[in-house]
Design a protein around this ligand. Structure first.
Ligand SMILES: [Zn+2]
Length: 380
């Protein structure tokens, strides 16, 4: 990926989402879900002005209430959190890319590991009653397992009430792929998703570009936008972009070799880093939009989050966030602002809107240098 890691060379927003791909640890799997009707209702009913309409719509939607999260031990459940002061509440939609998993200790061809990683991620989400959207890259599972393990992993997400979208079959970089090949890859990624969703009376709606690369020139961007719209896709934006993938890559390799000390070091740096990222994008939202919008967080289905997502969700809760579906977040009018960015960077949508308003994007927090060094070492 194009991202630089040195403090002197850093370019904002060359996001890591995709970066997960250059990581040479075993690709992982991770499922995601789209609108969990039950979780969405629970997560927003006391707080969001659209909740009433949403609830009514859910009642009218055939089968909408049939796919809720599995009941978990009540004693273990943290729940959606106290109703925040209406004037100060914050909302975030969680999205997980590269389902069924990436940065997995154990590789992309171990069914038990892949399914277990997904179950652990989902358990964290269930405990916080947090809905999520998973963006699927089917090639993250080895060829031998794809036929069986991919649908099994993705079904876990759907049956827990989450939503799933397409993140292409093999994660091509739009800037380095012929348009036709890119479009074929999008279509190839659709098949298992459409089938699983249709079995549950649901439709495939979301697409996320690998690396958040949406087109380096206007003709390419417009062609891909038209192609995606023609297939019925809504582009899933990201506002809270971050370098989580670097933490995850180093963590997975440490776990693979049984290096508990590095695992602890990475995990203990992950939470404060992500909190710094949240603080940055909260402030940046106030500057660019004039208020804090419902944010869309980019994470990946990886070993690090399977082990530590609860701590991350707890941090968000402490900052006053309620967890909403991607559908709910995108109802905010800010998301109707056009993404006018044309260029090679994988930018947060807040940066895209800033550019459209003539503002220069500001450097978002970067991972610590020692972590970048461990990443480089791992690649040597
Ligand atoms: Zn990705």
């Amino acid at each position: 990926m194009a991202t630089n890691h040195g403090p002197h060379r850093l370019v904002f927003g060359e996001t890591g989402e995709a970066a997960a791909d250059d990581v040479d640890v075993a690709p992982a799997l991770a499922p995601r879900r789209e609108g969990d009707p039950r979780a969405a209702t629970r997560g927003t009913a006391r707080r969001a002005p659209w909740a009433g309409l949403l609830f009514a719509a859910l009642l009218l939607a055939p089968g909408a209430l049939s796919a809720g999260p599995p009941e978990r031990a009540t004693a273990d459940r943290v729940g959606p959190g106290p109703a925040a002061d209406p004037g100060s509440r914050r909302a975030v939609a969680l999205t997980f890319d590269d389902l069924p998993a990436t940065a997995v200790a154990g590789g992309d061809c171990d069914a038990a590991t892949l399914l277990d990683l997904n179950r652990r991620l989902l358990a964290h989400l269930a405990r916080f009653e947090a809905p999520a959207t998973g963006l699927v890259t089917a090639s993250r599972v080895c060829d031998e397992l794809r036929g069986a393990v991919l649908p099994a992993a993705l079904a876990l997400w759907l049956d827990a009430g989450h939503d799933l979208g397409n993140h292409t079959f093999s994660h091509p970089d739009l800037d380095r792929t012929e348009l036709e090949a890119y479009e074929s890859d999008v279509i190839r990624g659709e098949a298992p998703l459409r089938r699983l969703l249709a079995e549950r009376g649901r439709a495939l709606r979301y697409f996320r570009h690998p690396l958040l690369h949406t087109g380096a020139d206007r003709a390419r961007k417009e062609a891909v936008d038209a192609f995606l719209a023609g297939r019925g896709y809504i582009v899933a934006p990201v506002t809270i972009d971050n370098q989580e993938w670097i933490f995850a890559a180093v963590y997975a390799r440490a776990k693979q070799r049984g290096d508990g000390e590095t695992m602890r070091r990475v995990a203990s740096a992950y939470l404060p880093f992500m909190e710094e990222v949240f603080a940055f994008f909260e402030g940046w939202s106030r500057e660019v939009v004039g208020r804090e919008i419902p944010q869309v967080l980019l994470l990946h289905a990886n070993e690090l989050n399977a082990d530590h997502l609860d701590e991350l969700l707890g941090m968000m809760r402490r900052r006053g966030y309620v967890f909403v579906t991607l559908d709910d977040a995108l109802r905010d009018e800010a998301y109707r602002s056009p993404d006018g960015y044309v260029g090679p960077r994988g930018l947060s949508w807040l940066h895209r809107w800033a550019l459209a308003r003539g503002m220069e994007p500001r450097q978002e927090p970067r991972e610590p240098e020692w972590l970048s060094e461990l990443l480089r070492e791992g690649r040597r």
